[in-house]
Design a protein. Structure first.
Length: 473
């Protein structure tokens, strides 16, 4: 089976969030299972671009209204990621450092989608299935079905995988002329709430809709930023598949980013060595329980709760705990977190930004990981933390609910129901008591380290969906 994954992100080429981790792992495991799985993403001006070699496999022009952009399809020569990687080079639109955040993002990602389909159309063979990821690729299923020039692709099954339904790629009908010519009898398919909605279009047109956890599939039926009715309508073709993590990348036994490697047999010694390294970097006390946060400082992640929750927890447990924050996002939240240093130096610190090596060290050296998310379609951080013997403290939502069971129910973490300062602080108090009971603490750690979050299981679930769609053709 030949599978095309089309995405805006792919680790380690270009990463903003969990989308990149999934797209960087799933194709590799599909390839290991005997399928020809590849990834297509834009060619950004990133470190990966400068450090690897590529060959041009196709050239063309994207017509976007009155604009005409030349593009190249570049293939990474060595396939060292474990699958074929193709980059769509459109210099005028993607020769930039960041993945998102530009005024012309609509033009950028629409051009990317058109260029990708034009290349697929020009290939001697077509793929068996096309798996689109999030709204940045959401118009591909529509163009395959109704675009005049893409008739050859009409019978290829398409899947839309929703990593975060909050972001939908809306734009006005004044830009309708950007799309390649299509049968205008179907123009209403593009519309949701009086604008073109890329995600809604994909959900309508794709033969299958997948979300990155079963609980998130249930949640979007009543909370989906305006698309609730649509998700209810397509429930018959929707499946929630819990993401996995790449055990080759996230492995405390051989992770080169750690101060000391460890396994479930010697995790106490290994984690302590990493904790001491971490605490020395941030002037914290390695004898005290360390609570950490890794992620984007946004409301959906509960980032706005962190300044007050940290201050309250540190005040209530004066000089008894450490808190460390690694993240970036909302500037006011960043400033509030930085201002806490003045009052809690020695027990608190924050690294504003992102650092992959530091993230690995935090997973390995922390005792508890805070995830007070309002929305968490799947979440990978809680899986990483469990793999590294760090107990997740999570709000019961989305994939967090599917992967973390409270230790009071013989589970692998600490859970609370509300995204609130009070719930976070109460959970921290429970964690302190758990930390003092080393026998119970180690049981919870071992349950987390033994959890099966492997991609082999996930890979097979996707393959079964693909096969079902192909058999229906």
């Amino acid at each position: 089976m030949e599978i095309f994954h089309i995405s805006a992100e792919c680790y380690p080429v270009a990463k903003v969030g969990g989308l990149a981790d999934v797209v960087g792992a799933l194709p590799k495991y599909q390839k290991n299972a005997g399928h020809n799985s590849c990834v297509v993403i834009p060619y950004y001006d990133t470190k990966f671009r400068k450090e690897n070699d590529f060959e041009i496999v196709h050239q063309g022009h994207v017509k976007l209204g009155s604009f005409n952009f030349p593009f190249n399809i570049l293939k990474e020569k060595t396939d060292w990621l474990g699958f074929e990687l193709y980059l769509v080079e459109i210099p005028e639109l993607f020769d930039r450092n960041d993945v998102y955040g530009y005024e012309d993002d609509i033009e950028r990602f629409l051009s990317f989608q058109i260029a990708t389909l034009d290349w697929i159309l020009a290939r001697p063979t077509v793929p068996d299935v096309i798996n689109c990821h999030d709204h940045h690729t959401g118009l591909i299923p529509f163009m395959m079905l109704y675009g005049y020039k893409y008739g050859k692709l009409k019978e290829i099954p398409s899947i839309i995988t929703i990593h975060n339904g909050l972001y939908q790629g809306q734009f006005g009908f004044d830009k309708l002329y950007y799309l390649p010519e299509f049968d205008l009898a179907h123009v209403k398919i593009l519309e949701w709430d009086n604008c073109i909605n890329s995600l809604a279009t994909a959900v309508k047109c794709a033969q299958s809709v997948t979300t990155v956890s079963p609980s998130y599939l249930n949640e979007i039926n009543y909370s989906a930023n305006g698309l609730e009715a649509l998700f209810n309508l397509v429930r018959y073709k929707s499946v929630g598949i819990l993401n996995g993590i790449d055990f080759e990348v996230w492995n405390p036994v051989k992770d080169t980013m750690l101060e000391r490697n460890f396994s479930i047999e010697n995790f106490e010694v290994g984690k302590q060595a990493n904790k001491e390294k971490l605490c020395s970097l941030f002037s914290l006390d390695p004898t005290k329980p360390l609570f950490s946060f890794i992620g984007r400082l946004l409301e959906e992640k509960g980032g706005d709760l962190l300044p007050q929750a940290s201050a309250l927890a540190l005040s209530e447990n004066f000089q008894q705990i450490n808190i460390l924050i690694l993240g970036s996002g909302n500037s006011p939240i960043e400033n509030q977190l930085k201002s806490l240093l003045a009052n809690y130096k020695g027990n608190y610190n924050a690294y504003i930004g992102y650092n992959e090596e530091l993230a690995h060290l935090i997973y390995a050296g922390s005792d508890f990981l805070l995830m007070p998310s309002r929305v968490e379609p799947c979440g990978l951080n809680q899986m990483y933390s469990q793999r590294y013997g760090t107990i997740p403290i999570v709000r019961r939502t989305g994939g967090l609910q599917d992967t973390v069971v409270d230790f009071g129910d013989d589970g692998n973490g600490i859970c609370h129901d509300q995204a609130s300062v009070g719930d976070i602080c109460y959970s921290i108090q429970r964690a302190i008591h758990l930390y003092e009971d080393k026998q119970q603490l180690n049981k919870v750690i071992k349950r987390g380290m033994n959890a099966d979050h492997s991609w082999e299981r996930v890979c097979q679930e996707y393959i079964e969906i693909y096969q079902l769609l192909i058999n229906k053709k």
